[in-house]
Write a protein that binds this ligand. Structure first.
Ligand code: SIN
Length: 522
């Protein structure tokens, strides 16, 4: 059990360093590169600390590395190269060359390689889960959950690879046959977030590889090691040189991101992250009319009607709100509870949250880990203070937990007014904000009163209401009587300003062009 933590002073809160820092490359700085054994993996060769271009592990051309820290301890884990424009162009070129041969492999060959990649992920579960916990902070049990979720995308897309059927369409002219085929789109740029260091890679890369595309990946600087370990396993599984490339960057992210979106050789951009960044990348990709998949921010409503099973609703809220310590795009952000059951739900939820064990994810009894960095803490703190200043009541938590690492006490606020920041923007942290409502009509209006629409949840045992509310919520994904919706097989994605396109499910289509061929002159 981690030692009890005390609240941080205001100075500590705002003067804390960013998680990662750019460090100039110099031989003397090499000592900063932590030994790969320090990660404590059974297979230390899974710890890769370089970028990957054209089948080779490479450092940055200009020198310079990025320090990666463990958010639970603030200790350095290791470094990765600070790459830039030149490496990005090289990576795109390597992917373009590799596309010529990879796109010609049979779907069955790609299926077999993906299944080998999947099997290698499963064989290395302990190591890969440990990497997720070390760099992201989520508890080991949750990291294993992410790992299995991540591997399931490889299995799913291996199975999809062999089912990219075309079509034969009857033609009005007797001497023509209409045929539709699907072809891989080309080089894909993949930009991923730190909250799922592994699963957001495979959700995109699995689909891209299965379709016959090649990829350039920019992993997040906070959690690059899971992505690099996956690339090591992909290579062992037989993915040829140039098919997957990785450019690591932090300070040069603007120029690298622009190249990944504007280079004419790239045919598709797939991004998961915030809505403002999604809009920026969309604008850049528009310069060459690239296809995009953008999974952007959410502000999920979680509604508990008075006919709900309250135990199930509390359980659902815990899973949905506090998964990843509140750092998922599909986390409940606004919790609306009907008046007659409000007090009971609030006290049961607060009781459960007070019993969480917050600490280092490597400790056996930890239920919830740290936030990714101190900027994340500042946002949660701001939302809590704003709600309290507008009359909300603090039921549990409410402050930073002092000590090394970026910990915030899991928090429940009640009587949060509609005008509070937490009801307007995504908190991305462990704050459950409860608001009371009276009628179905009122709560639907409140739930839809946001520019984003990724996920929405509600609990009710009235079958008519279940249909009505599921249809009325302006979101891409609905959980009714469950707080867990994520699976490889579903069309994951949002509407409104939560993004474009769907991942998982039939998402392989997003990596393929549809071609119509008229066979004439019969
Ligand atoms: C995300 O937070 O972006 C992904 C969440 C999920 O796949 O469950």
């Amino acid at each position: 059990m981690p030692p009890p933590r005390r609240a941080a002073s205001i100075t500590l809160l705002f003067a804390a360093p960013l998680k990662n820092k750019f460090i100039p490359r110099h031989p003397l700085f090499r000592y900063r590169m932590a030994s790969t054994n320090a990660f404590g993996l059974k297979d230390a060769s899974l710890v890769r600390t370089q970028g990957f271009i054209d089948g080779k592990w490479v450092d940055a051309k200009e020198g310079g590395v990025i320090k990666v820290t463990n958010p639970a301890t603030a200790e350095e884990l290791g470094t990765i190269p600070e790459m830039g424009l030149e490496e990005t162009k090289q990576a795109i070129e390597a992917a373009s060359t590799a596309f010529k041969t990879w796109s010609k492999t049979s779907a069955k060959q790609r299926h077999d390689i993906l299944m080998k990649f999947y099997a290698l992920m499963k064989e290395n579960t302990d190591d890969l889960a440990r990497l997720i916990t070390l760099e992201n902070g989520k508890p080991l049990v949750e990291a294993k959950g992410e790992h299995n979720y991540s591997a399931s995308f490889l299995e799913w897309f291996a199975e999809e690879a062999v089912r990219t059927y075309g079509e034969v369409i009857p033609c009005a002219m007797t001497n023509i046959r209409n045929v539709v085929i699907k072809q891989p789109i080309g080089v894909v740029s993949i930009l991923t977030p730190w909250n799922f260091p592994s699963a957001m890679i495979t959700r995109k890369l699995g689909a891209a590889l299965a379709a016959g595309c090649t990829a350039v990946i920019k992993p997040p600087p906070e959690t690059p090691f899971s992505a690099l370990a996956l690339v090591e396993l992909a290579t062992r599984a037989g993915v040829p040189p140039g098919v997957i490339n990785v450019v690591t960057t932090q300070a040069n992210v603007a120029v690298v991101g622009r190249e990944m979106c504007e280079n004419p050789a790239v045919k598709k951009v797939s991004f998961t992250g915030s809505t403002p960044v999604a809009k920026m990348l969309y604008g850049m990709a528009a310069s060459t009319l690239k296809k995009v998949s953008l999974e952007a921010g959410g502000n999920a409503p979680f509604i508990v009607f008075d006919d709900a099973d309250i135990d199930a609703a509390v359980e659902g809220a815990i899973m949905c709100k506090f998964r990843g310590t509140g750092q998922t795009c599909v986390c409940a952000n606004r919790i609306y509870v009907q008046s007659s059951i409000y007090a009971e739900f609030a006290s049961r939820l607060a009781e459960r949250v007070a019993a969480f064990k917050v600490g280092n994810g490597l400790e056996k009894d930890t239920t919830h880990g740290p936030l990714i960095h101190d900027r994340a803490i500042e946002k949660v703190q701001r939302h809590v203070e704003d709600a309290l200043s507008q009359g909300a009541q603090l039921l549990v938590g409410g402050k930073r937990i002092e000590g090394p690492g970026s910990f915030f006490a899991p928090t429940v606020l009640s009587d949060v007014p509609a005008t509070a920041l937490v009801n307007k923007e995504e908190t991305f942290g462990p704050l459950a904000a409860l608001t009371r409502f009276e009628t179905e009509e009122e709560v639907i209006r409140m739930a839809n009163d946001t520019p984003v629409g990724l996920a929405g949840y509600f609990f009710s045992r009235d079958v008519g209401r279940v249909w009505r509310v599921a249809e009325a919520l302006e979101v891409g994904m609905v959980g009714t009587n469950t707080g867990v919706i994520s699976q490889a097989v579903i069309p994951f994605g949002g509407i409104k300003e939560s993004g474009l396109g769907r991942e998982g499910g039939h998402g392989i289509e997003e990596y393929m062009n549809v071609k119509f061929i008229a066979f004439g002159g019969l």
